[in-house]
Ligand binder design. Structure first.
Ligand code: SAH
Length: 456
């Protein structure tokens, strides 16, 4: 018999503790990470099933006709399916949305320090490359467009690099968010429904793409991705005495459960588990019962970026929350600022998983040099966030000073987002080590040897 189990630990803990904190997308409430071995059950009290929207029906049909789905298929549909994927229909950010990302927090703290410092990093890197005359800037998963807007403002203070920008390319699966990005980047321009490109008042041309494939090649490109890789679909595996087995999504037809879907451990190998078995990295260190999450799409995107960097020079900065190894059970659902069951109401909740930065590093192969990850705290401090704060504080009244201090603490403090968020850079192989990607003392506890057993 296939075993079924349900990810309710996070929501359950939340109920027990009565927390109603705003849910920042990265779960830096690490203690809420669940062990699915815990005997939580939602089956005792409920007898009626959740409402069934078009996406739920579609996924049910897929399973009925084609068998269980990989967690990656489920996650991809829940986030980007045209029938009602989470990102496909609305503004999911900010106080009224489901979560707050750190660009939004930086806006909350009134200044765009974090994002401007990302811009400064690109300027420094551009100079390291010998100030190439033609470049393009590419952002993956830009959300509301806050990061690009702030970055371009920062670059606007440096006419040399600004004058070298031949195009800005925004890669986003969501038509709705593409429109929002356009409104942010070019507020005075009217847009057609099928938004492809606009020219901003500063003369920069901004283009939109559904995937990296259509972004032009043959030009030095600077790539940035903030909380993009955590939205990439993950596969889940568990090590059994017979090797890695895939955790898949099946139908939950029990009349006692409100849910339509359940996790299930495949009895035999699947295509995906066979690939994991062949991967050297996952051969050691693991014990029976351990679980891992693997995002092949993240690897593929980062690998294609590395190839472009090799062929046309450039650089990439990936900012996300995650670890320097594969986690076991980080996949989470957030809806209306609450953690929710991952399989409940697909399309209604944001699903995301911690990024395995070691996997992104591997994807650079011998195409590009990977640097880091280093923590956000170390990156921001090294880039001079404290000095900039001092300048802002000088002109601030008491209330503003308090806001600034709170916001600063939130993004920099090692107890919060400062260590949860990591920065990874990709550069051409022949490039000097980029500043500030030095060994980071705050990363010490993140060596793979310290990796907690996933099934503990
Ligand atoms: N960078 C922003 C938004 C992060 S949310 C921020 O940090 O605030 C993830 C973004 O990635 C959204 O804009 C979503 O539409 C986009 N996205 C998710 N899956 C995608 C995919 N498969 N291809 C392209 N974009 C995707």
């Amino acid at each position: 018999m296939a075993r079924t189990f349900r990810q309710v630990g996070i929501a359950h803990r939340q109920l027990l503790t009565g927390h109603t904190f705003p849910v920042y997308r990265p779960s830096y409430y690490a203690e809420f990470r669940i062990s699915r071995k815990a005997p939580y059950s939602t089956t005792a009290v409920t007898t009626s099933k959740e409402d069934c929207g078009p996406l739920t029906k579609h996924l049910q049909d897929q399973i009925r006709f084609g068998g269980p789905l990989s967690v990656a298929q489920f996650m991809r549909s829940a986030l980007t399916h045209p029938l009602g994927g989470y990102y496909m229909k609305r503004d999911v950010f900010g106080a009224a949305g489901d979560f707050i990302t750190s660009p939004e927090i930086s806006q909350m703290f009134g200044e765009e320090l974090l994002l401007q410092l990302v811009g400064i990093w690109f300027i420094t890197h551009w100079q390291t490359l010998g100030s190439p005359k033609d470049i393009q800037i590419v952002e993956l998963g830009p959300g509301r467009g806050t990061l690009m807007s702030d970055m371009l403002r920062a670059l606007g203070h440096f006419p040399q690099i600004h004058g070298a920008i031949r195009g800005v390319h925004m890669v986003d699966a969501s038509p709705h968010l593409r429109q929002m990005q356009a409104t942010k980047l070019a507020p005075s321009v009217k847009f057609p429904e099928d938004l492809k490109s606009v020219t901003r008042e500063d003369g920069l041309e901004v283009h939109w793409h559904e995937s990296l494939d259509s972004v032009p090649e043959g030009i030095c490109s600077m790539f940035v991705a903030h909380e993009f890789f955590d939205a990439m679909p993950i596969y889940k595996f568990e090590l059994t005495k017979d090797g890695w087995r895939e955790i898949v999504v099946t139908l939950d037809e029990s009349p006692h459960s409100p849910h339509h879907f359940a996790f299930s451990l495949s009895e035999g190998p699947t295509k995906a588990s066979s690939m994991i078995m062949a991967y050297e990295k996952f051969q050691h260190k693991y014990q029976v019962g351990d679980r891992i999450e693997v995002a092949p799409d993240s690897y593929a995107v980062s690998n294609r970026i590395s190839r472009r960097i090799k062929e046309n020079s450039g650089g990439a900065l990936f900012i996300d929350y995650g670890r320097d190894y594969a986690l076991g059970d980080s996949l989470r659902g957030i809806r209306k600022h609450q953690f929710v069951d991952v399989l409940s109401h697909p399309g209604e909740a944001d699903l995301s998983a911690d990024v395995d930065f070691s996997f992104l590093r591997d994807s650079a192969q011998d195409l590009a040099a990977a640097h880091g990850p280093i923590t956000q705290s170390t990156f921001l401090r090294a880039m001079g966030i404290a000095a900039r704060m001092q300048m802002l504080l000088k002109n601030a009244d008491a209330e503003k000073r308090k806001d600034l201090a709170t916001g600063f603490d939130r993004v920099v403090s090692p107890a919060g987002m400062g260590t949860v968020y990591k920065f990874l850079a990709l550069t051409p192989l022949d490039c000097d080590q980029p500043y500030p990607f030095q060994p980071d003392p705050l990363m010490q506890h993140e060596s793979p040897e310290d990796q907690p057993a996933a099934a503990a």
